[in-house]
Design a protein around this ligand. Structure first.
Ligand code: CTP
Ligand SMILES: C[C@](O)(CO)[C@H](O)COP(=O)(O)O
Length: 261
């Protein structure tokens, strides 16, 4: 445990996985031989940062064989003697709704990590870097990695050029200061809860623009600290991500790779 005060971890598994396209909730899709959610829970537990874990499951899912509820029940049964507590909540219509519902079930913790089950291979070191930064005093901390591609700004071309291609370049953005942001994102519980409570009053367009939790804190003037993420923390969004994740599960290039995950 990183500290003696209580840390909660929210595991978001309530998404439908439209872009993955398996016709079942994404967290239920097998990665190797186990559902994505099971990998995510194993990662959280291996990092030893959680006193309490709350898993957001798809809205309307009833417990039963072949469900994510069952994945959680089996995981719990295998960790009967664990020191952490684990509970489930029904997720909401959007990621932010699911976070808000899970936060309500975590009242009493001092710090909270919000993690996408869709990032099932996050190394324990990343969880620990985030948790350690919170213990060191950060109210908000996110893991991120440098952007490797050249980044250009484009505009949808409506002129004659639209016959040639659908977009025109309007500028370049220096990538040195850009970061691709991952989860788990860590927060003071009180700060994140207050931000989510206020976010209820955003209109649909504003709510749609909020794609991570840190944005809510940034808009309230809370400094958001960045720690090193990992290429292993990729988000499974489309089928190619699942192929990449299965490759990572098999191991780092069969021993030929000498880098840090
Ligand atoms: N209503 C929602 C929507 C998303 N999520 C979670 O938020 C994370 C990031 O979402 P994303 O990758 O976009 O997942 P989906 O919403 O399932 O994907 P899609 O948009 O392709 O349907 C995932 O772990 C997902 O389960 C959630 O808990 N509740
Ligand atoms: C929170 C997140 O994982 C950070 O990269 C990401 O923004 C969530 O992705 P979504 O597809 O927009 O839900």
């Amino acid at each position: 445990m990183t500290s003696d005060s209580r840390t909660g971890v929210v595991v978001l598994a309530a998404g439908s996985g439209q872009r993955l396209g398996f016709g079942i909730p994404k967290a239920q899709v097998l990665l190797g031989e186990e559902p994505i959610l099971r990998h995510a829970l194993a990662g959280v537990v291996a990092a030893s940062v959680a006193d309490r874990i709350v898993v957001a499951l798809p809205h309307g899912e009833k417990p039963g064989p072949g469900t994510l509820h069952e994945v959680v029940e089996v995981f719990l049964a295998e960790h009967r003697d664990a020191e952490w507590e684990l509970s489930v909540v029904e997720g909401g219509a959007t990621r932010a709704d699911s976070v808000a519902r899970a936060l309500s079930a975590l009242d009493g913790v001092e710090r909270v990590l919000v993690h996408d089950a869709a990032r099932p291979l996050v190394p324990v070191q990343v969880f620990q870097r985030v948790a350690d930064a919170l213990v060191a005093g950060a109210r908000a901390v996110i893991p991120a990695i440098p952007v490797v591609d050249t980044i250009k700004q484009v505009h949808t071309s409506h002129g004659a050029d639209a016959d040639i291609s659908p977009e025109l370049v309007t500028g370049n953005i220096a990538r040195e200061s850009l970061r691709a942001v991952q989860t788990p994102q860590g927060f003071s519980y009180a700060a994140l809860k207050a931000a989510h409570d206020d976010a209820q009053y955003l209109d649909d367009k504003q709510a749609e623009a909020i794609t991570d939790d840190a944005m809510l804190l940034e808009s309230r003037g809370v400094p958001v600290h960045v720690v090193a993420g990992s290429t292993y923390s990729l988000k499974i969004t489309t089928p190619v991500d699942l192929i990449l994740a299965e490759g990572l599960l098999e191991g780092p290039l069969a021993g030929r790779w000498m880098g840090e995950a």
